[in-house]
Write a protein that binds this ligand. Structure first.
Ligand code: CU
Ligand code: CU
Length: 353
């Protein structure tokens, strides 16, 4: 009996010792966000003074390469961002006898490392060395001729949305242009609208996810009202090849327009040509703060299909959005899939007088 008393007393002492050591040495736990708040605001003096929006969203570095300029991409078509001399190497236009225009393009595909977030590189396949490809823009009824050269390591094609003969579709195995080979695509641009072009080689998903896509705009014969026009392609990158995207963006570079807001004027007509080329996720969206817009689905009709502040786009779907900002200031626009926004598809307009 005496022995068992000692054993119980011994166990009680051990238990008390363990309890004391638990409370003494286990760190006080706090909710996650409080911890982060503390670390960034109190101990990192640069945070307080930093004007960088992206640092707030987790990316605070600058892009280390300048071989793609998302600001220039927004407003460039038919290589009008190049000097006249340089432009002639990729684009020429001439008048035809029937009052239409012949537009000729020199497009090449190649393997290219692109920067999709500061310091994050992706082994892309690109048209003319950039993702998205340079925008092709014509008027309804124009004759389009594209001299395509495959300088890449895989068979590629150009597949255009819109009317064309089946021999120009670039989608069948006998249409694939092997590395080192050329093909000339030729068609009359119809119908007016916001279209796309992309590679249609197989596996199709890989050839799109790798970056072979661009905007193809066919303007109606009756010109639209002049506007501040912007081209946006929603895209994403699976940087570790696990079948899920790590980086989302509009025009390739994650968070780029958050630190470099797109300047528009209060009250002016802003027209966005937008397409969704994201693979691995069936649906993407664009939501604009502080404003509403008219949506013209695929830009094919003159009547607005919706007046809203958000649209969803499936893979390959496009739209034309028109809006006027009523107030000056900075307004976010982003995917309403919050995960995509957190991973880079978060941008900003800056509305000025
Ligand atoms: Cu391809
Ligand atoms: Cu398509």
């Amino acid at each position: 009996m005496n022995d068992s008393k000692y054993v119980i007393a011994f166990l009680v002492v051990i238990l008390i010792a363990l309890t004391i050591s638990y409370f003494a040495f286990i760190p006080k736990t706090e909710p996650d966000n409080e911890h982060v708040h503390d670390a960034t605001h109190s101990h990192d003096p640069t945070y307080v003074y930093s004007d960088s929006m992206t640092s707030h969203f987790g990316i605070s570095d600058n892009y280390s390469t300048s071989d793609f300029d998302p600001d220039s991409y927004l407003k460039a078509w038919n290589f009008n961002n190049l000097s006249p001399e340089e432009r002639k190497r990729y684009y020429r236009e001439s008048n035809l006898s029937d009052n239409t225009t012949l537009r000729e393009y020199w497009i090449y595909a190649s393997d290219k490392k692109i920067e999709v977030a500061p310091g994050v590189f992706f082994d892309a396949w690109a048209y003319n060395g950039q993702v998205p490809a340079p925008t092709i823009r014509t008027t309804e009824g124009d004759r389009v001729k594209i001299y395509f050269m495959n300088q890449g390591s895989k068979p590629h094609t150009l597949h255009f949305h819109g009317y064309h003969e089946s021999s120009m579709d670039g989608s069948m195995p006998h249409d694939f242009v092997n590395p080192g080979e050329n093909f000339t695509y030729e068609f009359t641009a119809e119908p007016a609208g916001v279209h796309l072009f992309h590679c249609h080689s197989t596996p199709l998903k890989d050839h799109i996810a790798k970056g072979l896509y661009g905007m193809f705009i066919i303007d109606p014969k009756n010109p639209r009202e002049p506007a501040n026009e912007l081209i946006m392609i929603m895209n994403a990158f699976d940087t570790n090849y696990d079948g899920e995207n790590e980086i989302y963006a509009v025009n390739t570079r994650a968070f780029y327009y958050l630190d470099h807001p797109i300047k528009v004027k209060k009250g002016e007509l802003v027209r966005i040509y937008i397409g969704n080329m994201v693979e691995n996720d069936p649906i993407n969206s664009i939501h604009i703060h502080g404003n509403f817009f008219d949506e013209y689905k695929t830009g094919t009709r003159n009547e607005s299909d919706a007046f809203t502040d958000i649209i969803e786009l499936g893979q390959g779907e496009r739209s034309m959005l028109e809006m006027r900002f009523p107030y000056t200031g900075k307004y976010m626009f982003h995917a309403h899939q919050s995960e995509f926004a957190d991973k880079g598809w978060m941008s900003m307009f800056e509305v000025v007088e």
